[in-house]
Write a protein that binds this ligand. Structure first.
Ligand SMILES: C[S@@+](CC[C@H](N)C(=O)[O-])C[C@H]1O[C@@H](n2cnc3c(N)ncnc32)[C@H](O)[C@@H]1O
Length: 286
């Protein structure tokens, strides 16, 4: 019988179902994966509370990890392994497919807040930068049902995943997923009414360049929301390797948004699950 490692979530919770699905995939492809991937991924799943120690992790041959977690009988607070962190920046290969599945669930709450802050009108044309799984853009298409919706991501794994998962909307021409980098967006000037990016700013080496591109493709008066975990979230800084994640203070990001040409509308900070999230709401001047 499953028991939650934190002791506060039923073992059959959707988080555990997702974790079990990932473990099954790991088992299925074990022969094609370097052993260290399975080990690191199992550790990460435990730390994120997606699986419990005993049967799930031992099943992929990570008895040592399972035993340690079992002894402590709690969720492990650990630094995200580099292999897994790299997948957050740009998912690739089999591990990327696994990450795509959990990411959608892990970030849904803050993405829902972003959709509220965008104040979508029914005919809005919307852009998501670093759209990953595409679930948020699909929700936006439901809210702005007469508009058109574009998602850009430079990971071919995510591009394929999003295009397949939302193929109905793509076929109807309501949503388009495009493979590309945000330092040079594949769209004409002033093409969108609304734009947003969630959990993507950490990976921009020179954020001003990317923000200026977003400003270029937004129409005058258009609204932009940037959502991220700021350096003020000390747990985030402690658990995410600085080799991959460039975590900046909220004020520094707000300043960069202003330097890219946006007017500040609002900055909000909210606790979302165990995360501290910043939401910068800005507008391109009319
Ligand atoms: C951590 S995931 C977040 C996905 C989604 N926004 C969410 O909140 O669930 C970051 C995504 O941004 C994409 N990404 C990172 N840097 C990018 C860039 N410069 N251009 C396009 N996509 C980028 C990655 O491939 C990945 O899919």
């Amino acid at each position: 019988m499953c028991r939650d490692v934190q002791g506060d979530t039923p073992a059959s919770s959707p988080r555990h179902e997702e974790g079990k699905a990932m473990i099954e995939l790991l088992q299925k492809h074990a022969s094609a994966l370097p052993g260290i991937w399975a080990m690191d991924t199992a550790r990460y799943l435990l730390a994120a509370g997606l699986v419990e120690a005993g049967e799930h992790v031992a099943a992929v041959g990570c008895e040592e990890v399972a035993e340690r977690a079992g002894r402590n009988n709690r969720r492990l607070a650990m630094r995200k392994p580099l292999l897994v962190a790299k997948q957050g920046r740009r998912p690739t290969g089999l591990l990327g497919k696994l990450v795509a599945r959990v990411m959608a669930r892990q970030t849904a709450a803050e993405n829902d807040i972003v959709l509220e802050l965008l104040r979508l009108d029914p005919a809005d044309c919307v852009l998501e930068v670093g759209c990953g799984h595409g679930n948020t853009l699909a929700k936006a298409a439901g809210l702005a049902s007469r508009g058109s919706h574009c998602g850009v991501d430079f990971s071919s794994v995510m591009h394929r995943h999003a295009s397949r998962r939302h193929r109905g909307l793509v076929r109807e021409g309501r949503v388009g997923f495009h493979l590309g980098g945000s330092e040079r967006l594949p769209y004409p000037d002033r093409a969108f009414d609304k734009a947003y990016a969630v959990h993507t700013v950490y990976f921009w080496g020179a954020p001003l360049e990317h923000l200026t591109e977003i400003h270029r493709v937004l129409r005058p008066g258009g609204r932009f929301v940037l959502a991220f975990r700021p350096a003020e979230d000390t747990r985030f800084c402690a658990t995410h390797p600085s080799e991959i994640y460039c975590i900046r203070p909220e004020g520094e990001i707000a300043d960069l948004v202003g330097r890219a040409g946006f007017d500040a509308v609002d900055t909000l900070r909210r606790a979302v699950d165990t995360k501290l999230m910043s939401f910068i709401v800005a507008a391109r001047p009319s």
